[in-house]
Design a protein. Structure first.
Length: 223
């Protein structure tokens, strides 16, 4: 009888864990589809423009719609043939994280990470210039921030770091070198070939053109 009770308790614990980690239908953990993709989820730690973990990012995991993951797998396979791979900084982003950014942006005295992420921008202008908004395509699940890494795991030089607030971050900016533009073109062309649309202001940001949830902003946490 004790063995039966122990087994039942174990079964309930496992079932509860599975339920807690279940994603909404249509979403996947990206490394379940692309096992060799590299993740560096900055909003889960302190190395981001806020300087602290962002609301809703409980674990360094990457969630995206299955439709987007399938297309990204094709991008990854093409890069691997060239000795390269994808590195992802962000994908699905809970709405509560966007709310965290909005609250942070209104505290003009909090400029802890200005030196690294927006050295040439005044914090009060971040909303007006479109760097911070009240809603993000990331919360629909089919938008990704990513770059390319080489065989050694080093990022290709794209002219600016990820999430740099400045005109230099615009795709193919005239303020960067031709080699940096070529690196951006490699990423941009592969992403567009596989069904993603670029953002005019950020070289790292792409959204699946035929996203499955074009009008839904999700708020489930990343864990």
């Amino acid at each position: 009888m004790k063995i039966a009770h122990s087994f039942l308790a174990f079964f309930i614990a496992i079932s509860t864990s599975i339920c807690q980690n279940r994603l909404p239908e249509g979403f996947v953990y990206i490394d379940d589809i692309i096992p060799d993709i590299v993740l560096e989820i900055r909003y889960c730690g302190n190395d981001n423009f806020v300087g602290q973990p962002i609301a809703g990012y409980y674990e360094e995991k990457c969630i995206v719609t299955k439709a987007a993951a399938i297309q990204l797998k094709s991008v990854q396979e093409n890069l691997k043939a060239q000795g390269l791979r994808l590195k992802v900084f962000d994908a699905y982003r809970p709405q509560r994280a966007v709310d965290h950014f909005r609250i942070w942006a209104r505290d003009w005295n909090d400029t802890l990470m200005k030196y690294k992420y927006y050295p040439n921008e005044a914090k009060p202008t971040l909303f007006k210039r479109g760097y911070i908004s009240t809603r993000s395509g990331h919360s629909r699940g089919s938008t990704v921030d990513l770059t390319i890494i080489d065989r050694n795991g080093d990022e290709l030089d794209m002219g600016t770091p990820w999430d740099f607030f400045g005109v230099e971050s615009r795709p193919l900016s005239w303020r960067i070198t031709e080699q940096q533009r070529e690196n951006q073109r490699l990423l941009r062309d592969l992403m567009m070939k596989n069904g993603f649309k670029p953002l005019p202001t950020e070289w790292w940001h792409f959204t699946l053109a035929e996203e499955p949830f074009p009008k839904t902003y999700f708020d489930f946490v990343i864990e």
